[in-house]
Design a protein around this ligand. Structure first.
Ligand code: JB2
Length: 219
């Protein structure tokens, strides 16, 4: 364990992941929070940002033994994010949410464990952001929306009221979704798409109005 970690364990958060998303999350971490990032785990020691690199995920049990109690999984890929979240909770780590100082979260909104609301994002009244979900920079999710576990609303995407987004779905950068639309589990909405019809689970839609990508012909 690095010297930087010693003595900071009680209020320390280990960041799992050390790529671009981890750097965004550490950057957006609320400055006055009692819980602060103490370091990150990942594959590449040279890839960390503001916090020290602590090793691979095999460093986590030692951190727990040293008294670290909190973790935040900062990896964009939903399946990997979910798997690493399970691994962290199996070790007894509590997944904490991240709400950036400049984000606006309604009093009645719910932010799940390990979810991220990044800079200038907006979560409206009675909206729910699931476990490990990402509301990325400048994205807006209006009243009564539900964003499923480990889903990702990318930067600058906008969901009107009462939209539901399934688990592990991706709403691409700058996409817009009409009120009341349902986007299924694992669906992908392409960048800049305008969604006016429900999107079935596992489907990718693109364009304005958004339509499913044509299936590739099997050779
Ligand atoms: O098993 C793992 C593991 N596998 C890959 N454990 C841990 N702790 N880390 C793992 N990683 C790490 O994920 C790699 O070491 C690498 O640092 C990171 C992936 O970095 P990358 O920058 O490619 O992606 P990202 O997940 O941080 O960010 C993506 O998603 C964001 C939402 C990018 O597409 C970003 O542009 C996007 N904003």
């Amino acid at each position: 364990m690095t010297q930087a970690v010693r003595g900071q364990t009680a209020h320390g958060v280990v960041i799992i992941g050390n790529g671009g998303h981890a750097r965004s999350c550490v950057d957006a971490w609320p400055v006055a929070s009692d819980l602060q990032p103490i370091g990150c785990t990942g594959h590449d020691p040279d890839e960390h940002g503001e916090v020290p690199y602590l090793g691979g995920d095999d460093a986590l049990p030692g951190l727990v033994r040293a008294g670290v109690r909190h973790a935040f999984v900062a990896i964009g890929t939903p399946g990997l994010r979910a798997r690493l979240a399970r691994g962290a909770t199996d070790l007894g780590l509590e997944l904490v949410p991240l709400v950036a100082d400049s984000a606006q979260v309604a009093r009645t909104a719910q932010v799940g464990p390990g979810a991220a609301v990044l800079r200038s994002a907006v979560l409206g009244a009675y909206a729910r952001l699931g476990e490990g979900a990402i509301l990325n920079t400048g994205a807006t999710v209006d009243h009564d929306c539900t964003v499923g576990d480990f889903a990702h609303v990318a930067p600058g995407a906008h969901l009107a009221g009462t939209v539901t987004v399934g688990a592990h779905a991706l709403i691409g950068v700058g996409a817009s979704i009409r009120p009341g639309i349902a986007v299924g589990d694992g669906a992908v909405v392409g960048a800049g798409a305008v969604v006016v019809r429900d999107v079935p689970a596992g489907t990718t839609v693109v364009g304005n109005p958004a339509r499913p990508l044509p299936q590739k012909a099997i050779a």
